[in-house]
Write a protein that binds this ligand. Sequence first.
Ligand code: GFB
Length: 328
Amino acid sequence: MNKACKIYVAGHTGLVGSAIVKRLSLDGCNNIVTRTIAQLDLRDQKAVNQFFECEQPEFVFLAAARVGGILANTMYRADFMYDNVAIQLNVVHACYVYGVKKLLFFGSSCIYPRDCPQPICETYLMSGPLEITNEPYAIAKIAGVALCRSYREQYNSSFISCMPTNLYGTHDTFCQLNGHVIPSLIAIFFDAIYRQSKSVVLWGTGKPLREFLYVDDLAQAASFLMDQYDSPEPINVGSGQEISIRDLAGLIKEITGYNGEIVFDCVKPDGSPRKLLDSSKINALGWSAKTALRDGLQHVVDWYKVHCVETGHMQIDSGHIKDKVIMG
Ligand code: GFB
């Protein structure tokens, strides 16, 4: 992939896609193609084919997906399955038909079995039952991995898959109903500061462990893999930085400056007890995460203050849970 190559970043308005566009631009890539969902609905096969025929991208980062935290995954199971399978079928097939040189597909750490040994190696894929809260999303993502491998096996297509661990960064969904835990907690603590609430209610027991990767580190890994990796096997991308939800909440509380109490609502789901990736494969190739969790969180909190708190755009319960989908 050289700087003049035509690169399509699918999902460029989302957490991952926006970080990839930023990374590629910093690397000097000057021929990046993007489309918003209003311009191109990736669930529409005809529209996708027309786009590929017209633009003829050489490299594709498939970061478009319907995404959300534990609640959205639980409530909109059909949408998470349908939208992701449709996007993947259309984009991967178009990459084959229109001769894309290389495709990088983003899976997720939730595609591994719920109770598999930790840290999780790539070989554990499909070795046991999935976590129920996000099973439709996980099955859709497993289909994406299998799709890339199948086109490689049958047509020799250079399609690869990576498995990012739980991500966080700017341009995320800072809303409790839709969001993942980090953006939700940032929004909740700032809302509590604004309302002078004495306590905040978070979900689950606080006991689950999560590994977190700053999205700019993932973007760097994605660019690295596009250049360095060409294998049918998916590859994990993690930071090795694991923390309990309770400790994470304490850390975000401290960084935001909230002084009240944290209460856990144990009726709400915990999801997977633990999801720590074994990233030794990508580490051995020469990539490792750079951003310490505290530094990354500080950066996101500072960004949120400027872009959402000071502008009055805090939305902890926007209610538009079903509409949140990144596809363009
Ligand atoms: O980030 P999160 O929604 O997703 O939740 P998963 C992580 C943990 O944080 C769970 C707890 O144990 C939640 O119960 N939690 C506590 C909260 N308070 C909150 C809150 O206010 N909001 C949220 N969102 N969580 C996701 C999958 O699982 O992992 C996705 O559902 C995706 O499909 C992602 O694959 C990587 O880590 O549990």
